[in-house]
Ligand binder design. Sequence first.
Ligand SMILES: [Zn+2]
Length: 120
Amino acid sequence: MEQEPWETAGRRFIDQHVRYDRYGVVDLEQTARNAHIEVRRELLSHQQATLAPFSKGWIVRIDEMVTEKQEPFIFGHELGHIALATAGVPFFGLSAQQFQLAEAVCDFFSAQMLSSLYGD
Ligand SMILES: [Zn+2]
């Protein structure tokens, strides 16, 4: 399968899964439901969030210390990893360099998702 550019895949993922409320703010609950993500609030030791695939979708664990204000960006970042995986970029076995790039892409994805540019 030929790989499409991640920008295109990311944009399509946003269109398909991300939901905004009438004020143009990302509706995290609906978006999670749409993308088959179960969000769990847990005490994580060294990370703000973790992502794990499971049979029906994905589990995003968000650290209990994450504030309400930080949560959308952190959730969006994890959603970026899911979008990359959906676009065929492997989730496991990345080199350190690929991982760093993926992290930057996911931050960018999150910023794009949160910008009202993509809202209705
Ligand atoms: Zn990440």
